[in-house]
Design a protein around this ligand. Structure first.
Ligand SMILES: NC(=O)C1=CN([C@@H]2O[C@H](COP(=O)(O)OP(=O)(O)OC[C@H]3O[C@@H](n4cnc5c(N)ncnc54)[C@H](O)[C@@H]3O)[C@@H](O)[C@H]2O)C=CC1
Ligand SMILES: C[C@]12CC(=O)[C@H]3[C@@H](CCC4=CC(=O)CC[C@@]43C)[C@@H]1CC[C@@H]2C(=O)C=O
Length: 255
């Protein structure tokens, strides 16, 4: 289905990104897994075989992302799809009255830096390489897919930084899609609800059970593969552009 397609997946060593990389290769594509040097990206790429390679990057670094794009071009000769999955989750109230302590500003900045600025950094640099593709019969050169969160809309207690970072991703989706429309590059964002990944696994199982019960249907955590299936649909459907799609089993998170 994706024969000849080349994808770059940030956060591709783990969770939603890893499932996406697996799905792209399963469908006949080739994929560059980008993740932190400390991640298990090398192992993930090895598992996927010759149609995959790992490039260690920090998404907030211009130098790292430029290098990853150069490596993509050198190895596979093009880039069709960028999927931004790299992200971090932080949790703290804006003011801790028990400790008489405000939210740590560095932690707020780091969350915005990785989730919002890192995503933008990868988008802006990927657009240059995708834009070099010859347009298909429909005028399309490629697709950029981002990962926000339902926390962009229903942020919970303790999620000021995380929600702000993800709302930023939602907010820039339409203007970037408009910026890149003339080049035939689509931009779509997925806002996942609750998915069973290492990020989620840091929560104790009883808390996970409680979260699962809050999802109307299906009343469980999403599987990373279900995220990857939406990535696949977005790639396949040329009318999807400039939109954020919730993937959440109709979950609306409580305060
Ligand atoms: N798991 C869930 O329920 C949900 C996850 N999300 C979002 O989905 C995305 C993927 O999350 P998961 O797969 O669950 O988490 P995960 O923790 O399994 O994967 C995130 C990956 O991002 C990488 N990463 C972190 N900072 C990075 C940086 N500066 N540069 C490069 N790579 C970096 C990590 O090394 C890790 O491999 C994140 O953006 C997260 O905020 C959104 C809603 C729900
Ligand atoms: C990010 C998300 C919501 C959260 O804030 C939690 C996170 C899993 C790890 C966490 C442990 C904690 O003790 C505090 C909360 C949190 C940071 C959750 C994974 C997916 C959630 C999300 O994005 C929902 O949309």
């Amino acid at each position: 289905m994706f024969k000849g397609l080349v994808g770059l997946v940030t956060g591709g060593a783990s969770g939603l990104g890893r499932a996406t990389a697996e799905q792209l290769v399963k469908q006949g594509g080739r994929v560059v897994i980008c993740d932190l040097p400390s991640s298990s990206g090398q192992e993930a790429a090895k598992q996927l075989g010759e149609n995959s390679t790992f490039v260690p990057i920090d998404v907030t670094s211009e130098k790292d992302v430029k290098n990853a794009l150069q490596r993509t071009f050198d190895k596979f000769g093009r880039l069709d799809v960028t999927v931004n999955c790299a992200g971090v989750a932080t949790a703290a109230r804006v003011y801790n009255f028990k400790k008489d302590q405000p939210f740590d500003l560095k932690s707020f900045q780091k969350t915005i830096e990785v989730n919002l600025i890192g995503t933008f950094n990868v988008i802006r640099l990927s657009a240059g390489l995708i834009g070099k593709n010859a347009p298909d019969a429909d005028g399309q050169r490629g697709v950029i897919i981002n990962t926000a969160s339902v926390a962009a809309f229903d942020g919970q207690i303790g999620q000021a930084a995380y929600s702000a970072s993800k709302a930023g991703v939602v907010g820039m989706t339409l203007p970037i899609a408009r910026d890149l429309a003339k080049q035939g590059i689509r931009v779509v964002t997925i806002a996942p609800g609750l998915f069973r990944t290492p990020m989620m696994q840091s929560l104790p199982e009883p808390a996970i059970k409680q979260l699962e019960a809050s999802v109307p249907f299906p009343s469980r955590l999403g599987q990373p593969r279900e995220f990857a299936l939406l990535v696949q649909s977005i790639i396949q459907n040329p009318m999807l552009n400039g939109e954020t799609i919730r993937l959440d089993g109709s979950l609306r998170m409580q305060p």
